[in-house]
Design a protein around this ligand. Structure first.
Ligand SMILES: [Zn+2]
Length: 315
């Protein structure tokens, strides 16, 4: 087996394409393409193909040196046939990634989702190195997770296992983007915190976050962090509330799956340590005493690279 593969993280705002040394986990070279404006299947394929060509040219690697191409997409995927079933953020439906990439590069092409490749990256070279029973939870625009058992990702009957974002935490709660009421994602994501803050500001509450906000732009994790550093009452209150719900979700996972380790990652966790610390403290207090004795929490370590590194290991 050749030791270098191409890992691709296909997200709603960018495509990250990298050459990965599978023995060391090193990213030898990478290319980034924005997907914000040019969505749709034709644009996505074109950007991936151009990106791979650029990557090879800039790195002086030849296609013969590459073992495989692994793609993790933000959406629902058919792993067996290499098809993106539905990725609303990319405006891609029924897109045969394998067929398109194989016809251009004549290499084996494997497909997974964005959360599983990130979990795989953390397992191979990040926070879960040496641990084969864990759960990864990523908190950003939404809340996603991946369950790893005996070193393998659990996919479930329809390939959608790990949808912790749609765990129902309030029966009569807020409406979620999925249509149901009271999903964790509607309480514990960055966008949920954003909605709470904006709602309070509309009612006349004051907040330091107003100093960072710009019309038409969303509230970022770093704006939340800067406001916490200024002891902003409203932002701290909204973050505490999100941590309360997320810790409830994590406690349920701990009781249900009894993992050794939970890895937390994603934009909100990376930028806001207070949110991470508050959440894990509360999760420990909420779960049952016996599983609580074994559970360990860690932050994801590979940042933006976790996806491409993990994607290189898809098969
Ligand atoms: Zn939902």
């Amino acid at each position: 087996m050749k030791k270098v593969s191409i890992g691709i993280d296909l997200g709603g705002t960018k495509i990250l394409i990298a050459l990965v040394n599978k023995e060391t986990g090193e990213v030898l070279h990478h290319v980034k393409k924005k997907t914000k404006k040019d969505k749709g299947p034709q644009n996505i394929i074109r950007k991936m193909v151009n990106g791979i060509e650029e990557l090879l040219e800039e790195s002086k690697f030849h296609i013969e040196d590459i073992d495989s191409i692994g793609v993790g997409a933000a959406g629902q995927v058919d792993r067996e046939n290499g098809i993106i079933i539905g990725a609303p953020n990319l405006d891609c439906y029924d897109l045969n990634i394998r067929e398109h990439l194989t016809s251009h590069f004549n290499l084996p092409v494997y497909l997974g989702n964005d959360v599983e490749i990130a979990a795989m990256g953390e397992m191979k070279f990040g926070a879960a190195k040496g641990c084969d029973d864990f759960v990864c939870v990523f908190v950003g625009t939404g809340v996603g997770s991946s369950i790893v058992k005996d070193g393998k990702i659990i996919h479930g009957a329809t390939g959608t296992a790990g949808e912790i974002g749609h765990m129902i935490v309030d029966l009569n709660g807020r409406q979620c983007a999925c249509g149901a009421h009271g999903c964790l994602e509607a309480y514990a994501s960055r966008s949920a915190i954003e909605k709470r803050i904006e709602g309070a500001l509309r009612k006349g509450r004051h907040s330091a976050i107003l100093d960072y906000m710009e019309t038409g732009k969303s509230i970022s994790s770093s704006m939340i962090q800067k406001s916490i550093e200024r002891d902003d009452e409203l932002v701290i209150q909204c973050v505490n509330e999100a941590a309360e719900y997320l810790s409830g979700g994590l406690a349920s996972i701990i009781n249900f799956i009894n993992p050794k380790l939970i890895i937390l990652g994603g934009g909100l966790i990376e930028a806001v340590d207070y949110f991470y610390q508050t959440t894990i403290k509360k999760a420990r207090a909420k779960c049952l005493p016996v599983p609580a004795t074994k559970i360990e929490f860690k932050k994801a370590q590979l940042g933006d690279y976790s996806g491409v590194i993990g994607a290189a290991f898809l098969k």
